[in-house]
Design a protein around this ligand. Structure first.
Ligand SMILES: [Cu+2]
Length: 460
């Protein structure tokens, strides 16, 4: 069943690609431009793991792109022995959430035609771009809303460079996923040149049990994604040791994300306003990417290893978070703690969420102890007996979070990772794989060939 579901998804994304190809076969030739070319003076193409680049056609000196706003089935986690695939029903562009990356060059004249296939009006705002006000995409203010079935051509000249993004200018449409990267390369590449250039969009989702549509009003974000995938389903970045790397980070949601890189120090070299002059770069290994902000970081990948790149908010380092966190205590008296996921996400059947009865249980008050033992499902492990474990206040915490999903998420980019690596990968995370030359060549050859050796599925 899971397999069938996955092939259905694959089929539907292939349909999306076919639609684009049918629309403009010539676009495929431009699809990969600009691309990485060692020793060439051109820019290195931006790689957005798990998200496509939007093709374009040249029409009378204008680069023409097409975006279709539509309902998207986004698989944020594949099926595994732990359960079926996690597929969100969200809103995006061209079959993708986030939408495909638009990549262009400073000086380009671009036309982006938006086709509205949603059941309500929408527009696109070009975040950070200096465009004529009638192209600004604010409904009613700069343009009439684009009605369902309608389309609108946005056209402007790009005189900036840097990491920008496009998004719907309806708040709740943004919360359903309507955003995409818009990268503009400078006329001459910035110095020092980078060898690899990556882009990520961060999103948070409040997903109620048995409901694939995120609760756009909820503040309990239990699924966190990078480019539409929750770790370990995120595709690792493959880097040759010694390369200079840029990573572009964009955040649009209800939370800020402190993004942390292991093993290396980086400089923050750009914001949503463009390049920071070199004298203004500042070092770090964690960069706070606030809502509606972009941050570019750059570093020399000096140290070989599989290094984590992740949001450091602890709740953003988990999947299906609300139902997983343990009760605060198992015994004693006082107000109940550890309410269920539904209550935690706003489904309160009696009383207010801040009431004396419910507040503490929802983490909104001072519940000091639970009034009764609570049954938990995973009282296993070699060190302590089940009874001993139950007497440890706070248990369980991470025990039930660790899951081996190696087989489910295996792809060419994961070749050679330590067995069980997926147990440490959850939420807004990816891996920066800095590989010595031979290993780099081997993994890249597999990526080119699309070759995956599936490790055997791990069963408990
Ligand atoms: Cu975060």
């Amino acid at each position: 069943m899971n397999r069938r579901r996955r092939s259905f998804l694959r089929g539907s994304s292939a349909l999306g690609a076919g639609w684009l190809a049918g629309r403009s076969a010539a676009a495929q030739h431009h699809h990969a431009e600009p691309r990485p070319r060692a020793g060439d003076a051109g820019p290195v193409g931006v790689v957005t793991p798990d998200v496509k680049r939007l093709p374009w056609t040249m029409e009378g000196g204008v680069k023409v792109f097409h975006l279709t706003a539509e309902v998207v089935k986004q698989e944020i986690m594949p099926a595994s022995h732990m359960g079926p695939a996690k597929v969100l029903t969200v809103w995006g562009y061209n079959g993708s959430v986030p939408g495909p990356m638009i990549e262009a060059n400073e000086g380009d004249r671009v036309r982006v035609v938006l086709h509205n296939q949603l059941p309500e009006p929408t527009t696109i705002h070009w975040h950070g771009l200096e465009v004529p006000v009638e192209m600004d995409g604010t409904p009613f203010i700069s343009q009439p809303p684009i009605e369902p079935g309608g389309s609108f051509a946005y056209e402007f000249t790009l005189h900036q460079n840097g990491t920008f993004f496009y998004h719907s200018h309806g708040a709740m449409q943004e919360m359903l996923g309507m955003i995409g990267l818009f990268v503009i390369h400078p006329r001459r590449p910035h110095a020092p040149r980078v060898d690899k250039d990556f882009g990520f969009i961060m999103q948070g989702w409040a997903v109620l049990p048995n409901n694939p549509v995120p609760n756009t009003f909820g503040m309990e974000f239990n699924w966190l994604t990078l480019n539409g995938k929750a770790a370990p389903a995120t595709t690792p970045l493959i880097i040759r040791q010694g390369e200079r790397v840029r990573i572009r980070l964009v955040n649009l949601g209800m939370d800020h994300h402190p993004i942390h890189l292991h093993g290396h120090q980086f400089y923050v070299t750009g914001t949503e306003g463009g390049r920071i002059p070199e004298a203004g770069w500042y070092p770090g290994n964690t960069v706070l990417v606030g809502v509606a902000q972009a941050r570019d970081i750059e570093f020399e990948a000096k140290y070989a290893g599989d290094w984590m790149l992740h949001c450091h908010l602890p709740h953003h380092m988990m999947n299906q978070m609300v139902s997983m966190v343990g009760p605060m205590a198992h015994a004693g008296h006082g107000l109940q703690t550890g309410k269920g996921m539904e209550e935690g996400m706003g489904i309160v059947r009696r009383g207010g969420a801040l009431s004396e009865e419910l507040g503490p249980g929802l983490g909104r008050g001072l519940g000091l102890a639970a009034d009764a033992d609570r049954q938990v499902s995973n009282l296993i492990g070699p060190q302590l007996s089940a009874e001993q474990k139950k007497r440890v206040p706070g248990y369980p915490q991470d025990d039930m979070m660790m899951m081996d999903l190696d087989a489910a998420v295996a792809k060419p980019e994961t070749h050679g990772l330590a067995k069980g690596w997926t147990a440490s990968m959850m939420g807004m995370m990816s891996l920066v794989r800095v590989l010595p030359p031979e290993k780099y060549e081997e993994v890249m050859a597999r990526v080119k060939a699309g070759r995956t050796d599936k490790p055997p599925a791990h069963h408990h």
